[in-house]
Ligand binder design. Structure first.
Ligand SMILES: *Cc1c(COP(=O)(O)O)cnc(C)c1O
Length: 354
């Protein structure tokens, strides 16, 4: 740290992304990327012409992309904000809607970035404990009198709330903003997008990183009432008007229109998840009931940390978190069927169950 960094940032604990090793080839099951390539339509959308157009600034309104997202979700363009990964929309939410006076609540076990954003922007935050079984008690958030951020399905647990519970949270906090982070919703949870028409305080964020195989393109979006969306636009035009590069706009537009490919790949992943859960349970693991493209699992026969290291040594990367209640677990991304076969075989070896 230099002596020039401002004081309020000197003690900030930065977000630590999952490893992206460049040295050797792993079976990568640590950052919830898709095992499948992006839609072929996305690749076909980029040619010499698009590369040459990089000399120009991109469309700051992201018109075609917004229209395609709006069409797919059954909302209007005025209800769509597109962001550089959904992380950017989350950042803007914390920056623009939360403050020292207007605090925010989120679960104690959830996406690690929420706490980082709250600290970065000097926001008062409350972390509400999940139940013993890691489920979220929606009642804890009813009429809570502050902003709310909930990942649904939650990460790293994979557990999902029902739409009725989300509706109660939004309805009981009409003077506060409720953000539902739906990074994983396509893998089996109910989306709250339709509720944004009824509740002007409800914001839903989504990403192309997981279910649309475009993590490296950095594309996410938020759906909400048009007033909230114009607030998001104001923050974007005050920080980075060209937040979505022109190639990503093209790729994203083509990807979201390719509904068949999306349906095919996500249903493959859901099938592989079921198979992985069954196999790990046969090997004695406790596996939470995931609605996401990962499973959260622990074994009584090996510590979470030892299992993580044993897998890594054998060429498989998963995500281990050191948090108090979750250090026995690992979060394992659902890869291809072959990846998951290999994971189960190696796990058998590690546990001496061959
Ligand atoms: C992956 C993830 C995101 C953000 O991903 P982007 O790549 O920035 O779109 C947001 N929330 C949760 C819970 C995630 O797991």
């Amino acid at each position: 740290m230099s002596r020039f960094l401002k004081k309020s940032l000197s003690s900030l604990e930065q977000y630590v992304p999952g490893e992206q090793p460049q040295d050797k080839k792993y079976i990568k099951l640590n950052t919830n990327e898709s095992p499948y390539p992006p839609s072929p339509a996305a690749a076909a959308a980029i040619g010499t012409e698009q590369l040459e157009s990089l000399r120009l600034y991109c469309d700051p309104r992201c018109g075609s992309l917004k229209q395609a997202i709006a069409d797919e979700l059954g909302v209007k363009c005025e209800n769509v904000f597109v962001s550089n990964g959904s992380d950017e929309a989350l950042s803007f939410f914390f920056m623009g809607f939360c403050s020292e006076d207007r605090g925010v609540a989120f679960p104690d076990i959830s996406y690690g970035f929420y706490k980082v954003f709250a600290e970065l922007y000097g926001i008062k935050y409350e972390q509400i404990p999940l139940r013993e079984d890691f489920s979220l008690n929606a009642g804890d958030y009813e009429a809570i009198g502050k902003n709310v951020v909930i990942a649904n399905p939650n990460a790293p647990t994979g557990l999902a709330l029902g739409l009725g519970e989300i509706e109660k949270i939004a309805a009981s906090n009409p003077s506060f903003a409720v953000l539902i982070d739906e990074a994983y919703v396509d893998f089996g949870a109910e989306s709250a997008v339709s509720l944004t028409k009824k509740y002007p305080n409800l914001i839903v964020t989504r990403t192309f990183s997981k279910s649309r195989s475009l993590a490296g393109a950095r594309l996410g979006f938020a759906i909400a009432n048009e007033d909230i969306i114009s607030d998001f636009e104001k923050i974007k035009y005050s920080t980075n008007p060209y937040n979505i590069n022109s190639l990503t706009q093209k790729i994203g537009t083509a990807a979201i229109k390719d509904r068949d490919y999306f349906e095919k790949t996500r249903s493959e992943i859901i099938k592989t998840r079921t198979f992985t859960q069954e196999r790990l349970r046969e090997l004695g693991f406790t596996v939470l009931d995931s609605k996401a493209n990962f499973v959260f699992a622990k074994s009584d026969e090996i510590s979470g940390e030892s299992y993580y290291h044993a897998l890594k040594q054998r060429g498989i990367l998963v995500r281990h978190f050191c948090g108090e209640r979750i250090s026995d677990f690992n979060r394992i991304t659902i890869g291809s069927p072959a990846d998951m076969e290999r994971l189960c075989e190696i796990t058998k070896q590690i546990l001496g169950k061959e």
